[in-house]
Design a protein around this ligand. Structure first.
Ligand SMILES: NC(=O)c1ccc[n+]([C@@H]2O[C@H](COP(=O)([O-])OP(=O)(O)OC[C@H]3O[C@@H](n4cnc5c(N)ncnc54)[C@H](O)[C@@H]3O)[C@@H](O)[C@H]2O)c1
Length: 453
């Protein structure tokens, strides 16, 4: 998902882009921070024991990344589909006990924390039960399937005094931290316009995942999957391609907008929901029975800036966030961050005075020079104003995100992407879908804690 290594082609691409602008881009490789927060070595009493509930694609990715994080140990796994027990044991390189019933995991005294990587419509149930059982929770994004789910989850976490982290891992990325530093430094000035997109052009990108040959009602607990959703006959398409259906997922908004919104909230320090969202889009190409559009565009109104988001499954433009400020721009594209300054030094008007007679023009320019005794240098030094940052080969923002969670579990200090952060980002997704499906502006009623049309 997050491109984590530098290839020769990437360097050539940067070089070419720099040549096109006439600027010699300064390139800096960012340095990862240690995954273990304490200055002491990892001791046996530091070990946090955890289990993963949901070991599909993401659960396995989480387990694999957990092997890089010091001071933690996976003790059990849970999934509704038996083959995923094996996949999880392979991912964590250990023959840990596996079950279909997550309550067995929550009953275990040796489990301090859980990963929740189940389908979105099951997040609330597992999350609330985990908090009630006294477990700390790393819950995958988007935190909630509905606004009501998210509010109940925030209450459960706070009532249970649990450490919670939501799984939009970019929030822990060194690239995003650096973007936040530049943003906060004032180097790009005041930012009123933010644009982000994530476009893909493949079957996998459109969630047309293959159905494994052993999938059946014998190997999958279909009834448990349907909990919280309407009853239906067994459908492997629904089980494996759940993102396409409103009963279980939130389409492109819940899958991808949530990362863009989380990144924007993190970098700008926003801890609220957008006041209003207005979406458009359509289902143009992937007409396989899905219920969500394959193109969605949403405008969000925040108090101090406006945000435009797009996801398009019909062309591959990759992942992009652009912050456009009064003194420069900050662009995150894939695994690079580029700052470009703008020449904002005062200069005399040249365009509109073309319509003045020569005498008035001369008078204006003379006066301007007198008022600005230091002449503007002939050339803006573009070389100093373009700077690109990247992450080293093998860097994993997911390992960083997991390390941040487990360090919080030990210190009991709230995570950055805590339940309120995750809930705000998820509400942004619900606003986008509300507006798209109801064909109206979606207004966030913060006092009533609900969306109004
Ligand atoms: N942070 C990221 O970049 C990222 C990437 C991919 C997926 N995700 C999120 O991770 C979650 C899982 O997505 P996925 O791609 O792994 O889906 P998946 O379909 O591959 O796996 C989901 C698994 O959840 C299991 N499940 C559902 N209800 C359960 C229950 N009650 N008890 C136990 N297991 C249950 C299913 O059996 C299934 O195997 C989703 O919320 C998704 O949005 C996050």
């Amino acid at each position: 998902m997050f491109k984590s290594s530098w290839t020769r082609r990437d360097f050539i691409r940067i070089g070419t882009a720099a040549a096109a602008t006439g600027a010699a881009t300064k390139f800096t490789l960012l340095e990862p921070k240690p995954l273990w927060a304490s200055s002491r070595p990892v001791g046996p009493n530091d070990t946090v024991r955890f289990a993963s509930i949901g070991t599909g694609v993401r659960g396995c990715e989480l387990l694999e990344a957990s092997l890089r994080v010091p001071g933690i140990e996976c003790v059990a796994v849970c999934d509704l589909y038996d083959s995923r027990h094996t996949a999880a044991q392979e991912a964590v390189k250990k023959n840990v006990p596996a079950t279909r019933n997550y309550k067995e995991i929550l009953d275990r005294k040796d489990v301090d924390a859980v990963f929740i990587a189940v389908t979105d419509h099951q997040h609330r149930k597992v999350f609330v039960d985990a908090c009630a059982a006294g477990k700390d929770v790393y819950c995958e994004k988007p935190m909630s399937h509905t606004v009501e789910d998210g509010l109940a989850m925030v209450d459960a976490a706070q009532k249970g005094n649990r450490i919670v982290q939501v799984g939009s891992q970019r929030v822990s990325s060194i690239l995003y931290s650096h973007a936040k530093e530049i943003y906060n430094s004032g180097k790009i000035g005041d930012v009123y316009a933010i644009e982000a997109y994530w476009d893909r052009n493949s079957e996998s990108g459109a969630w047309v995942y293959p159905i494994p040959p052993d999938a059946s009602e014998q190997t999958i607990d279909w009834n448990a999957f349907l909990d919280g959703a309407p009853k239906r006959p067994f459908s492997p398409e629904r089980f494996f391609r759940w993102r396409c259906f409103t009963d279980y997922g939130e389409g492109l908004a819940g899958d991808l907008f949530v990362h863009l919104i989380s990144g924007i909230h993190f970098i700008t320090g926003t801890s609220t929901v957008a006041r209003r969202a207005q979406s458009t889009g359509g289902l143009f190409r992937w007409k396989d029975g899905r219920e969500f559009p394959d193109l969605i565009e949403t405008f969000y109104d925040y108090t101090n800036f406006r945000v435009y988001l797009r996801c398009n499954l019909n062309n591959d433009q990759g992942e992009f966030i652009g912050f456009y400020g009064t003194k420069g721009s900050l662009i995150i594209k894939g695994s690079t961050l580029t700052f470009t300054g703008q020449d904002t030094r005062p200069e005399p008007e040249s365009y509109s005075i073309l319509g003045w007679p020569l005498q008035l023009r001369t008078q204006y320019l003379t006066k301007w020079q007198a008022e600005h005794p230091l002449p503007k240098p002939l050339n803006f030094n573009a070389e100093e104003e373009v700077e690109t940052f990247g992450v080293p080969t093998g860097y994993s923002d997911l390992a960083d995100h997991e390390a941040n969670f487990f360090n919080s579990v030990r210190s009991r200090k709230k995570t950055v992407e805590n339940e309120e952060f995750g809930n705000n980002a998820a509400i942004g997704c619900h606003l986008a879908n509300y507006s798209y499906f109801k064909q109206t502006a979606a207004i966030w009623d913060s006092a009533g804690r609900k969306i109004k049309g």
